[in-house]
Structures are given as C-alpha cells and as structure tokens.
Write a protein that binds this ligand. Structure first.
Ligand SMILES: [Mg+2]
Length: 280
C-alpha cells in the first residue's frame, strides 16, 4: 500500500480515534452501558491480559523456555552451521496492545483497519512481560532476530512500530534495521510461511514465538477449528521446544474460526452456546 493511501485513510477517519481520551477527563468506562457494538465478551480477556498475575507468569514462562533454547544451542561447541536466529510475531507476543482493545470496549466500537492503522501509527503499545529482556539477551548472544508481523508493510507503519519498539528497549530497532521487520505486503498472503522460509534459507531458526498458531507453522494456515486442534496434537513434540506459544484470549484464529462468515452478534451468541461441551 502506498503512503498516499494511508494518508487518505487517515483523513477519512474522524479526527483522532483516540482523541476523546485526552480531551475528556471523565473515564469512558462510565459509558459502558451503551455497549451495543463492542465485543462485550472481550472484557474478561482484556482484564486477564492486563490484570492477571497468571498471564504475566505464562509470558515469563514462555520467554524462559525460549531463552533455554538459546542456552542449549550456544552450549553445542561443535556446531558449525548457519547463524542462529529467532523468529517472532509482534502483537500479543512481543507487544501488548490490550489498551487498544480496552479503548474499543469502552467506546462501544469494534476493530477495523482505520482503527488499527491509527493505533499502529500512535506507537504506544506496551511490551509483553519478559519480551524486552529476552530479545536483549538474544541480541547479546549474537542471535539474529526477525519480527514477522501481519501489520501493514508500509513505510509509515514499519517506522512507527520500530519507534514504538525502540522506546521499549527492543534490539534491532534502529532506523537502519527495517530488514528485521517482515510485515504484510499489500496484496500479499497473510500466511507467514514464505517469510519464515526466507529467513530459514540464511539462518538456523532456534525458536518461533507467537500467540496465533499461524505464527509458528503453515499447517494452521486457513484451517478450521477442528483441524487446528488435530494439527496441534500431531505437532505435540514441538510445543515448548522450538514452537513457543503465548496466551491471547482477546482475539485470534481460535475465535474467528468459530464462526462462518457474516454472522450477526446475536447469531454468534447462539453459536457459542450451541458448541459448548455440556454435562451429558
Ligand atoms: Mg500476534
């Protein structure tokens, strides 16, 4: 997508999606009774990500496992192969965007591309617990790091993301490090397979990190919910080894794959209830 396209989108978005937060000192949470558009089911997931000590523990656990994979690899003194690398997703793996989901909930809104674009350009996502120290450690150990994300591959989005991550302390986030950021090209596939393979040609990838299984293995690309579960079982020896999964109950294929396209909110409610495993 071109820069011009992005600026047109920006102009078409009402003056500052996030503007009312700074202009209105009354917390928007006073208005949650207006929730008719928001994904109201997301509120517990948002609170889990922002408040649960268990969420933090899971993230540290995931990054501790990833760190151990690096330790193991560096301990193999006989290794003469390609340079080691780590491939990671960004959102809800390295970057915590839960504040944007909270904004949507409190402002009775749902996610769409103009909203995401404004959020990315704002560049104020938080870091996932343990992420910055892990990537700093990997960097100090001479490991290549590649950030493979389905954020839009436009210059302004990449640079806003780099600025956001640089402020948080992530390595490979200087202006000259854009080759470490493999984002979703306009008209390109949301599958990360080719982008992973591009890195695997030049480096030996120690671990893949992600909150959505498509971040880790193409076996999950475009698959329905039952196939996703079967593939997880088939790949059971990889979890916690070179595939490291992060918790994200706010959004992801785990939820979007529940529904056929085009369902109303009410139809989604009914479908969710109908597929619950109940007492026999
Ligand atoms: Mg993600």
């Amino acid at each position: 997508m071109t820069k011009n396209f992005f600026f047109l989108i920006l102009l078409s978005v009402s003056a500052g999606i996030f503007g009312c937060q700074s202009e209105n000192t009354t917390p928007q949470k006073n208005n949650i009774h207006l929730n008719t558009n928001a994904d109201v089911e997301s509120v517990l997931s948002i609170l889990y990500q922002q408040q649960a000590a268990e969420y933090r523990a899971l993230c540290f656990q995931a990054y501790n496992i990833a760190r151990q994979r690096i330790v193991d690899a560096k301990n193999n003194r006989n290794y003469k192969g390609k340079k080691f690398a780590v491939i990671t997703d960004l959102d809800e793996t390295a970057l915590d965007n839960s504040a944007s989901n909270a904004w949507l909930y409190l402002n009775d809104s749902t996610v769409n591309f103009p909203f995401l674009l404004q959020w990315w350009l704002k560049g104020v996502a938080d870091s996932v617990p343990g992420s910055v120290s892990f990537f700093k450690y990997a960097y100090e150990q001479g490991i290549d790091i590649y950030y493979i994300s389905n954020r839009a591959d436009s210059d302004i989005v990449v640079r806003s993301t780099i600025r956001n991550m640089h402020n948080l302390g992530f390595p490979f986030t200087d202006d000259t490090d854009t080759n470490h950021f493999l984002f979703l090209k306009s008209g390109g596939s949301s599958s990360k397979k080719l982008r992973r393979e591009k890195i695997e040609k030049i480096d030996s990838v120690l671990v893949f990190l992600g909150d959505n299984l498509i971040d880790l293995d193409s076996a999950f690309d475009g698959q329905p919910i039952d196939v996703r579960r079967k593939e997880v079982d088939r790949l059971k020896t990889k979890w916690g080894m070179n595939y490291i999964v992060f918790p994200n109950s706010i959004y992801g294929d785990w939820e979007s794959k529940l529904y056929p396209p085009g369902l109303t909110k009410r139809q989604k409610d009914s479908l969710r209830a109908s597929i619950l495993r109940n007492v026999n």
